[in-house]
Design a protein around this ligand. Sequence first.
Ligand SMILES: Cc1cc2nc3c(=O)[nH]c(=O)nc-3n(C[C@H](O)[C@H](O)[C@H](O)COP(=O)(O)OP(=O)(O)OC[C@H]3O[C@@H](n4cnc5c(N)ncnc54)[C@H](O)[C@@H]3O)c2cc1C
Length: 491
Amino acid sequence: MIIKKNPDEFQNYLSDASNYKGTAEAVYLPENEEEIIELVKKCNVDKIRITVSGNGTGLTGSRVPEGGVVVSTEKMNKIIEFNEGGKYLRVQPGIILQDLQDYVEEKKLFYPPDPTERNCFIGATVATNSSGARSFKYGPTRDFIIGMKVVLPSGETLSLERGKIFAAAYTFSFSTDQGTKYEFSIPQLEMPDTKNVSGYYCKKGMDLIDLFIGSEGTLGIITELKLKLLPLTEKILSCVVFFANEEDAFNFIDEARAATKSASSGQKNKISARGLEFFNKLTLNFLRPDYSAIPEDTCSVWFEQEVTTTDDELTAAWLNLIKKHHADTETSWLAVDKKKQEQLKDFRHAISPRVNEAVARRGLRKVGTDVAVPVESFQSFYKWMIAMVEHNNMEYVVYGHFGNCHTHLNMLPKDQDDFIKAKKIYAEICSEAVRLKGTVSAEHGIGKMKREYLLMMYGEKVISQMAKLKLVFDPNRILNIGNIFEEKYLQ
Ligand SMILES: Cc1cc2nc3c(=O)[nH]c(=O)nc-3n(C[C@H](O)[C@H](O)[C@H](O)COP(=O)(O)OP(=O)(O)OC[C@H]3O[C@@H](n4cnc5c(N)ncnc54)[C@H](O)[C@@H]3O)c2cc1C
């Protein structure tokens, strides 16, 4: 196993894409599960902290160590088994998501979860229950995890298969692969009925595998995954539509969302989007220098749908919807071939780096929301949020997965005072999302940067219960300390 002990060699493991900074004594790069087990056992006895690292694209500081050692799974990047008939793939956790998706698509199969940043490790996407544009149709990563192996903080292993171990109401009882018995209760919390990755997944009668998915590496280190695959639909209809005003764009989204929800699976030539996303005028202004074809003074909606038969009728249905909501079909960008679709995807993905570059030039960080609210509150919540940001003279752009009522409002502070103001606005937005029974984090997770908002969402009692649950697995407090809740709850 490679061990990096010279700090000059491991600086890049001490932060992530959020720029949150940490410290560590060494970085370990195990090549197999046995090496992880050996290291974890030693750290557990010596009470040395371990922080698990994926590829560092997280936005919440969750892989950033605060002392102790880092374990990176980058050397564990093999495909263990591809089962075409059973439509599943068994992999090690360090494989890059993009590589994995390319691999299965070559075999005419499909792994839907697609976070915008695909240069991430599959193990980390499970630890954070990542989502992407296609989650509108397919749900988050959780829905594609059918098996998992984890090394617990004790060094024992737990092999999990979906559908095998369920909670009796709120109580779990099971044994590790080595025979150690665990029995504990999970917090009885009410999770929002929206896309959500805030804190532990806890539900009456739940499957044990779901407790580990999205637990941000706090309960165990994932060493193997079994992923569900779907048949690949190669024909895709992809489109960016430009609207003169937001009301038309929102009505278009509402109708497309409702049509998608009511379309039964396999129904032909009916609107059934797999992605439905929005970009406001200010976002497009950011992109226009690179995309001169963006019409002036517009906002836009990007949608994508899989096409199973001749597409004429389906294209006509979308064009009618576009016209109904007063958008110009002539200026819309329609892509039916793969190359053009990739260009639309690049357009969609360009905004985050552009915004980050602009704020970094000021020596600051953007302040970006990840909230989602129930559909019935979405439009009024959006209007309230924008009015507040504008009232505070804050520079911003807003875009996101509006099919899922999930917004990325990015505030771009001009100076330090503005940054402090943006943080205050951010807290108010989270508070309003919680009041509306939404979530403070729909896809990025809590990590070390959003703990106070999770506290806002669930209150101290539930946070203490989550910490108690972690202590069941990690009584010596060694694994991914600081993620989800502050260390003080682990006393
Ligand atoms: C431009 C940009 C766009 C993004 N878009 C999206 C998006 O659309 N949707 C989305 O969901 N996220 C998005 N993200 C966030 C990020 O890409 C995801 O959270 C991703 O899953 C992180 O993967 P990583 O390999 O970089 O993990 P890291 O940041 O290294 O780690 C993330 C977490 O996973 C844990 N972890 C890693 N490996 C393991 C393991 N084997 N066992 C247990 N725990 C482990 C770490 O400890 C940490 O808590 C975006 C990020 C960027 C920079």
